[in-house]
Design a binder for this molecule. Structure first.
Ligand SMILES: [Zn+2]
Ligand SMILES: [Zn+2]
Length: 942
């Protein structure tokens, strides 16, 4: 079998379709991974990297004494499968293969992915022939050529990729760990540092500092308005910017009619057709259409995989001679841009345009197949159109402009107006993405006199440099040799996701700035592009086999050790600096109660809340959902009413949860419960809010005196309010307890949410456990609870609710457990059956049962069931008094403990009776012995 290994599933399918040439392609799935077979050939797609480089075990604990951040520099690494199913299938297929062709992407990353596959294959089939197919577009022509001209894997190229992986892991892991530990940050709050990431962030921070340091300067511009053949014309003073206001005013005052035409200059300007797209120029052009760098790359990769455009990761801006331009034009004739293709074919320039960079790996990005909007969807089609039109533009003739420059004189001051007219649109015909602005002036003759309609002196200010847009930043990174064409957009996305930068254009967040500045101060090597450039140069040497991977990694280790020398020496300063300055990023604004600052507080174990900086003097706080729902961060938005920053909960892989203004949120979530306080009038409600009392809990915690004083209300009203708040709080507690109970017992089912059932139950009048315990199966079913759930819920609700009730009545836990185990849960049971039977059922001594019965019946206001007749009781008393050692007082105490005759005493537990009657246990034992003896005697007498 001939096995072809592609970089992704989609390219595996495309390759099979193209190489299969009309043969039936059999798709089969093995543990969810597809393969495509025709004849004796099978293709399988990886998912990019299917293994990952990581440290050998033993380095996971950040706080370990042995594996310090620095120890990660020299830590050994291993490769771990990340896509186990694909790895297993690849090895299974390789066992049967007699030839394997690696057909991953044609660049460093693709070569490394190919080498990883090669190593996995070698493990199971050491002898199989492995070759490599390289192509820049997934089209029939390219693929057929690549598969009939296969070569060897380029191990030097792969080694360069591997070296980059190792170095990135070692730098990223050790520095991230060091800085995070120094700043005492963990979990979702770590501070990441990276080899390419940090110098890139530094550029954004530096730009921000330039903007802040910028001092605008005033300047003045002078222009006038004239008219010719009813058309309004503007002319600028030829001095340009006046830096001196007096000089500008002087020139303005000297400007007097008539305006005389002194010179008319005609000219022509060539407007060169644009050069072919490399990755960077493509990203810049896509950004003008509103695509972020990451999005533009994702769409381009998709188009490549589907054979619509060539490989989008390229530094080349010169079409190679081998590129079949005629063939491409022919293919594109069946695209929706037929007319443009025909126009270009008819008006071709002699040689296509060329850019400055010529490399041999891939051609510039160009279209390779015909696509329609229906097939691609709007966004992908816009990108496809951009690439296609750019390709056409590089084949189209230059455009030509006719230019016109008029010079005027007005009282000795010189003015000028310029016009431009596109006389030959050339490439603009097929490339509408770059703006064409014509200014057409009417004809003028030298010596002509014109009126001056208006003279205007504009005062302006010089502007600070602009912040970086994503595409500008990518261009700058390329100039500095930071990252590669494949990684630059990912680095920027990472800076955004780690909250180091935000907005568009990009600006650093406080934490981004603090980390950068701290590193700059103590280990500036990490923030400067030089180090990264050096490493890139070393990569090149590995590719050219002039240096080994090990050698380059060794040098990088030394560089990193030097950085750590500086860092470790300054660890305390760095940590304190970052901690001190980033505290601000959690601040939200002024505390509504005092002069303090409200801030988000994160405690250990996922607890987070908003508290006041003046705690403990000011205890104002707002609760937040635990960090499991998302880590609370501040956003830029500010509440107009409360002047507090908004709060957002962010969780990896989930949509953020916007809390909004924390105080608005606080007010809203407490509105309903405050309204449940019966004594809360509208006036009172306004009063408490104005005094910053927001929750029922706060009211119930207050002392009547302080609340009366704070709200300016009578003491009696305050008393009522506090007592009402207490009841509401209790009601809320019971309600949430009931919901929790139901939620834990409802089996998750599609189309049925617990919330729905809660609403239905509320309508049926059940909001608390007591309601659940007293309801019946029919009611629960009506609310949407299933048959099986109903039984369980009813039984457990009774147990829980009555258990709680009995406990509140005063039944101790040990006995309660016995009652519940015996099914004695309903308190009514204590009042409508003889205690003796309860005692038997539960295995609790009769005396104790009697005491419990007394308690429960008193609580339920029901008569205590009588166990003995008055006569029996009198008889029992006599019996007890007849026992040696029992006095009248002791007899009374015993009967209070439920002992009414000798038999009950004999059956009871001595220690329990002792506890209940207050008689020493030793004495009780003496009584028992006496009864026993009397009994024995009675038997002897018989
Ligand atoms: Zn406060
Ligand atoms: Zn608000």
């Amino acid at each position: 079998m001939h096995l072809i290994v592609a970089e992704k599933n989609i390219s595996a399918r495309r390759i099979a379709e193209i190489l299969g040439e009309g043969k039936r392609i059999a798709e089969s799935k093995d543990t969810g991974v597809s393969t495509y077979s025709f004849g004796d050939t099978t293709t399988v797609g990886l998912r990019g990297h299917v293994v990952e480089i990581d440290f050998v075990p033993g380095y996971a604990n950040w706080r370990s004494e042995e594996s310090t951040p620095r120890s990660l520099i020299d830590a050994k690494t291993i490769k771990i499968p990340t896509e186990r199913k694909i790895v297993a299938l690849l090895q299974k297929l390789s066992r049967r293969a007699d030839r394997v062709t690696i057909a991953t992407d044609y660049d460093t990353e693709g070569e490394l992915i190919g080498k990883e596959a090669f190593e996995l294959i070698r493990v199971v089939n050491p002898k199989v022939v492995v070759d490599r197919a390289r192509f820049s577009a997934i089209t029939p022509q390219e693929l057929k050529h690549a598969f009939t001209h296969t070569t060897e894997l380029d191990f030097a190229l792969a080694a360069a990729g591997e070296a980059r992986q190792s170095i990135d892991l070692m730098w990223g892991a050790s520095l991230t760990r060091f800085i995070s530990l120094a700043a005492r940050r963990g979990g979702q709050n770590i501070l990441s540092v990276g080899r390419v990431q940090t110098p890139t962030l530094t550029m954004i921070v530096d730009r921000e500092k330039e903007i802040e340091a910028f001092v605008p300067e005033k300047y003045w511009q002078l222009w006038l308005e004239t008219e010719k053949s009813g058309e309004r014309i503007e002319a600028r003073h030829t001095h340009g910017r006046f830096l001196d206001k007096a000089a500008a005013e002087h020139a303005r005052d000297r400007t007097k009619a008539p305006l005389v035409v002194t010179e008319v200059k005609f000219g022509e300007k060539q407007d060169r057709a644009p050069s072919p797209f490399d990755t960077t120029t493509y990203i810049v052009a896509a950004a003008r259409l509103g695509f972020s760098a990451a999005n533009a790359m994702r769409i381009a990769e998709d188009l490549y995989m589907n054979g619509f455009i060539s490989y989008p990761r390229t530094d080349n801006t010169v079409y190679p001679p081998s590129l079949d331009i005629e063939g491409i034009l022919k293919t594109l004739r069946s695209s929706p841009f037929k007319k443009d293709v025909e126009w270009v074919t008819a008006n071709r320039r002699a040689v296509p345009t060329r850019g400055k960079k010529s490399t041999t790996d891939h051609p510039p990005i160009h279209p390779t197949g015909a696509a329609t909007r229906e097939a691609l969807g709007d966004d992908a089609f816009r990108i496809y159109e951009l690439v296609l039109r750019r390709f056409l533009a590089t084949l189209a003739p230059d455009a030509r402009w006719k230019t016109l420059k008029i010079l005027f004189d007005a009282g000795g001051e010189e003015y000028t107006a310029t016009g431009g007219q596109l006389i030959e649109p050339g490439w603009h015909t097929v490339y509408p993405f770059s703006e064409v602005q014509e200014t057409i002036l009417p004809p003028f003759a030298t010596g002509e006199h014109l009126p001056i309609k208006r003279v205007t002196l504009d005062e302006k200010e010089t502007q600070p440099p602009a912040r970086y847009t994503q595409s500008k930043l990518i261009q700058r990174m390329e100039e500095l040799g930071l990252g590669t064409k494949s990684t630059r957009h990912e680095v920027i996305a990472k800076l955004v996701s780690r909250k180091y930068v935000e907005g568009s254009p990009l600006r650093p967040t406080l934490v981004g700035r603090v980390v950068t500045e701290s590193l700059e101060q103590h280990a500036d090597m990490i923030t400067k592009p030089d180090m990264t450039q050096t490493i890139e140069a070393h990569m090149q040497q590995i590719k050219e086999s002039t240096r080994t991977r090990e050698d380059v990694i060794r040098e990088s280790r030394q560089m990193l050790h030097r950085a750590f020398d500086q860092l470790e020496a300054n660890e305390t300063v760095i940590g304190e600096d970052i901690r001190g300055r980033t505290a601000e990023e959690m601040n939200l604004g002024k505390c509504p109660v005092c002069e303090g600052i409200l801030g988000i507080k994160h405690l250990r174990g996922n607890t987070q809340f908003i508290g006041c900086s003046r705690y403990p003097e000011c205890s104002f706080n707002i609760g937040l959902p635990t960090a499991q729902w998302g880590f609370a961060v501040r956003t830029d938005e500010v509440c107009e009413k409360h002047h507090l920053n908004f709060v957002r909960l962010v969780r990896k892989g989930a949509r953020p949860w916007d809390i909004g203004c924390p105080l608005c949120h606080h007010l809203n979530s407490n509105k309903e419960s405050l309204a449940e306080i019966p004594s809360m009038t509208k006036a009172l409600a306004e009063k408490i809010l104005s005094q910053h009392v927001y929750t029922v809990a706060e009211i119930s915690r207050s002392s009547p005196e302080s609340l009366a004083k704070r709200l300016g209300i009578p003491l009696v009203t305050a008393h009522q309010l506090i007592s009402d708040a207490g009841s509401v709080l209790e009601k809320l507690r019971r309600r949430s307890e009931c919901r929790k109970f139901m939620r834990e017992r409802l089996v998750p089912r599609k189309g049925r949410s617990p919330a729905k059932i809660f609403t239905a139950l509320k309508e049926l009048g059940i909001t608390e456990l007591s309601g659940l315990a007293n309801t019946d199966a029919a009611t629960l079913k009506k609310a949407g609870v299933s048959d099986t759930e109903t039984d369980q819920i009813l039984t457990e609700a009774k147990t829980l609710y009555y258990g709680q009730l009995l406990k509140d009545i005063g039944i101790p836990a040990v006995s309660l457990k016995k009652y519940i185990a015996a099914g004695i849960t309903d308190p009514e049971m204590f009042c409508n059956q003889p205690p003796a039977s309860l005692s038997k059922l539960a295995g609790v001594s009769p005396a104790t049962v009697q005491r419990h019965v007394d308690l429960v019946c008193a609580y339920l206001k029901k008569p205590v069931p009588k166990k003995f007749t008055q006569l029996q009781i009198e008889k029992g008393k006599k019996e007890l008094l007849g026992i040696r050692g029992i006095t009248r007082a002791e007899m009374e105490n015993l009967s209070r403990a439920g002992i009414i005759n000798a038999t009950t005493l004999l059956l009871a537990d001595a220690e329990e009776v002792a506890a209940d009657s207050g008689i020493a246990v030793g004495k009780i034992r003496e009584f028992l012995a006496a009864i026993q003896k009397k009994k024995d005697n009675a038997i002897i007498q018989l």
